[in-house]
Ligand binder design. Structure first.
Ligand code: UDX
Length: 433
């Protein structure tokens, strides 16, 4: 099939390369000339394991191309995917100006039946708006669809190539058929394709993310209680997750969830509900608990040193919002660093991928180190925020020698408290009373 993917951000690039790998002819386009120039030079602007190889392979095979010719790509395409950004506006709603601008360009370049599918996460009702905008500019037939993505950063290629489910929502049966045949090769069983109305598809994406975030905030809230009760949330987590109705995933307490999706989508969903006169109380609590949770590690460090961090050195391990990515959007590490600096601490930060993204935010207020052990040098505290593999089994003897006072703040509960206490460390995790 001839496809156009508009927007070469995270979702657009993964989807473009993935569709091309299944033999489709894909034009990835963007108005950002700098971004396209980099892609044409073979540079992939984001860190995602396997994406560079997938792009290189399909570009070489002539199935994947990059350009700024948005109009040309639309004219050639049978299916046009909208994958532009939908950042949060100041009031927490999603800013749809880029989506609407693309819809207008599509309308002006219609030359026959096309399916227009939105991959960007957009509020319920956006498909109707997109349809109205296109219809203002053309008399050609078209079908608008919502086709949300469920990619996890760090595992996005796998998620795209072997999806657990494909959600396609449209009120146009021809559009549903075209998308069904496009996705058929990706799904091992056809019951993985969930076809529905556009509004239901749009809501499915928010429902999925909000439910996952609810599990995390629930466990984070319970972790604080566990500490007060002298219970170990990690034991509780495992036993609770053993119930097949609950399942073990997404029950890990931590420093609060970050990333480009959960915080933004939750806030947009609350906003949508509010606009419909509905108070989404559970989801509001999920958001509040997460905001509070991002300060938990910082509070623990402050409390340990009786509130005064002047003259104290704190090593921070992990800046990305999760491992296998250089993405620092809404990362709890940023809140921790801000809290530490405010309390007068000196911060030595390490991350295998994300340092260059953090540098512009804190500049020389933070010392960035190239190797993880250097972060522990002369430190009074070492705080783990992101559970990169290399932080899981470090050489604790070496760390103990390097630190001024050996205190560990394990924001992901990945270390063994008993072992560490036996080695002479002061240890605290999240919810391990
Ligand atoms: C998420 C969804 O998983 C994905 O389906 C959707 O398309 C986009 O949003 P992503 O943001 O890439 O993906 O990362 P994810 O692995 O879901 O983690 C999100 C955040 O939750 C991270 O900050 C992570 O550390 C945190 N988290 C996750 C926890 O704190 N505890 C858990 O048990 C799981």
């Amino acid at each position: 099939m001839q496809l156009a993917v508009i927007g070469t951000g995270y979702v657009g690039l993964v989807a473009g390369a993935g569709f091309a790998d299944f033999g489709n002819d894909v034009a990835c386009v963007d108005v950002d000339e700098g971004k396209i120039a980099r892609l044409l030079r073979g540079e992939v602007p984001i860190y995602e394991p396997g994406l560079d190889t997938l792009i290189a392979k399909n570009t070489k095979a002539g199935r994947l191309s990059f350009s700024t010719d948005v109009a040309g790509a639309i004219r050639n395409a049978e299916v046009v995917f909208i994958a532009v950004g939908t950042p949060s506006a100041a009031d927490g709603s999603a800013d749809l100006s880029a989506v609407y601008a693309v819809a207008e360009t599509i309308g002006k370049n219609m030359n026959g039946f096309k399916v227009v599918a939105t991959k960007s996460t957009v509020p319920v009702g956006t498909a109707d708006q997109v349809e109205a905008i296109i219809a203002r500019h053309t008399t050609h037939p078209f079908g608008v669809a919502s086709n949300p993505e469920f990619l996890k950063e760090g595992d996005a290629i796998n998620d795209f190539m072997k999806p657990d489910r494909v959600v396609i929502g449209s009120n146009n049966t021809r559009a549903l058929e075209v998308l069904r045949s496009l996705y058929d090769p990706f799904v091992r069983t056809s019951d993985r394709i969930h076809a529905m109305g556009a509004r239901s598809a749009e809501l499915t994406k928010y429902a999925s993310n909000a439910l996952l975030a609810t599990r995390i905030s629930f466990m984070n809230d319970l972790a604080l209680l566990a500490e007060k009760l002298g219970a170990d949330i990690d034991r509780v987590r495992k036993a609770v997750g053993a119930d097949p109705r609950i399942g073990p995933k997404f029950l890990f307490p931590g420093p609060g969830f970050g990333g480009s999706c959960f915080p933004k989508d939750i806030s947009a969903l609350i906003h949508t509900a509010h606009a419909m006169g509905h108070d989404l109380e559970v989801v509001r609590a999920v958001e509040e608990v997460n905001k509070r949770q991002k300060h938990v590690l910082g509070s623990k460090v402050k409390q340990h040193f009786d509130g005064a961090l002047a003259g104290r050195v704190v090593g921070v391990w992990g800046l990305a919002f999760k491992p296998q990515t250089d993405d620092i959007r809404e990362s709890p590490a940023l809140t921790l660093i801000e809290d530490l600096l405010e309390a007068g601490a000196t911060v030595r930060a390490h991350d295998p991928q994300a340092i260059e993204n953090v540098r512009p935010l804190f500049g020389d207020r933070v010392t960035y180190v190239d190797t993880m052990y250097t972060a522990a040098e002369g430190a009074d505290a070492l705080a783990l925020v992101t559970e990169w593999h290399e932080y899981r089994r470090p050489d604790f003897h070496r760390i103990k020698r390097l630190m001024r006072t050996p205190s560990l703040f394990d924001g992901r509960n990945i270390w063994d408290p008993e072992d560490l206490r036996a080695l002479g460390f002061w240890y605290t995790g999240i919810g391990r009373g």
